[in-house]
Design a protein around this ligand. Structure first.
Ligand code: FES
Length: 279
């Protein structure tokens, strides 16, 4: 279903350097000075951050899991947005590399959205990572029966998303896949839940702040979520058989301590990102 809001609206702009950017103003109590002193002692690029994610609706998880804004290339392959790094002067006279942020629908999107549960230290989040930004299938374990075990995610693989079912929850709610992002040829991976749904298309075409964000961060009904539970870092799943007895079969369910997330309820949240290891 074509969208009126998906075409680039021109509302994006790049903000160089997260630390000290206007995006921090008014977020929690951490001012620029406080953030600088926090990151310089233990690593690079942590501190207060505001993000959009899928709402935590039940269980002990403290907050939403963050989205990764996506885009489709001309051949229909899905990739996540990556803002890159900038080298700046450090207090000790040397340099350090801090993440750039891109303003999308009024929030500063940057790698800091993902700096929790050890993800702050994985290869794909470091400035010297050598790979692309395409999502690749991750087979095995609790992956979906339908999906390939490797290779890039293409829109054609989701052609049946309006009617797809895995026999769990409502049919036609959306089609899911387990993937990784920025995890090529490295030992540490970034797990990502992909969902394509008509509900996401409809939400992106709605009104309000979250709809504006969705119009910019999803594509043809595709949404990507960092698949790390904000409780103790397990791997949740959309339409998980394990969620049935906890009324979570239509959402994203974490089997470790029964937290649920609603992938169709997008919320804006803040947290304190952990610093990356120093350069
Ligand atoms: S509910 Fe505890 S790790 Fe997810």
């Amino acid at each position: 279903m074509p969208s009126e809001k998906y075409p680039d609206s021109g509302r994006r702009r790049f903000v160089k350097g997260v630390v000290g950017s206007a995006g921090l103003a008014g977020v929690g109590t951490a001012g620029t000075a406080a953030v600088n002193s926090l990151v310089s002692s233990t690593g690079v690029g942590g501190g207060a951050v505001t993000y959009y994610g899928i709402e935590n609706t039940d269980g002990p998880a403290p907050r939403a899991m963050p989205q990764i804004p996506v885009e489709l290339d001309d051949d229909g392959y899905l990739k996540g947005k990556w803002t890159g790094f900038e080298e700046v002067e450090a207090k000790d006279g040397g340099t350090k590399r801090i993440a750039n942020a891109e303003e999308i629908a009024g929030v500063d999107y940057s790698p800091r959205w993902f700096q929790y549960c050890g993800i702050q230290g994985v290869a794909g989040l470091q400035p010297d990572y050598d790979g692309d930004n395409y999502f690749r299938y991750a087979g095995g374990g609790r992956a979906y029966d339908w999906q390939p075990s490797d290779g890039r995610v293409n829109v054609e693989d989701f052609a049946d998303y309006e009617t797809w079912t895995n026999g769990v929850g409502k049919d036609g709610l959306g089609k899911g896949a387990f993937t990784t992002w920025r995890s090529q040829n490295v030992d540490t991976t970034i797990p990502v839940q992909i969902i394509r749904s008509t509900r996401i298309e409809a939400a992106a075409n709605g009104d309000g702040e979250a709809a504006d964000w969705l119009a910019e961060s999803t594509a043809e009904g595709f949404m990507a979520v960092l698949n790390k539970c904000t409780h103790y870092c397990c791997t949740p799943k959309f339409k998980s058989p394990q969620g049935v007895k906890f009324d979570a079969e239509n959402g994203v369910y974490c089997p470790c301590h029964q937290s649920s997330y609603d992938p169709f309820s997008i919320v804006k949240r803040s947290y304190t990102a952990l610093p990356r290891p120093g350069d």
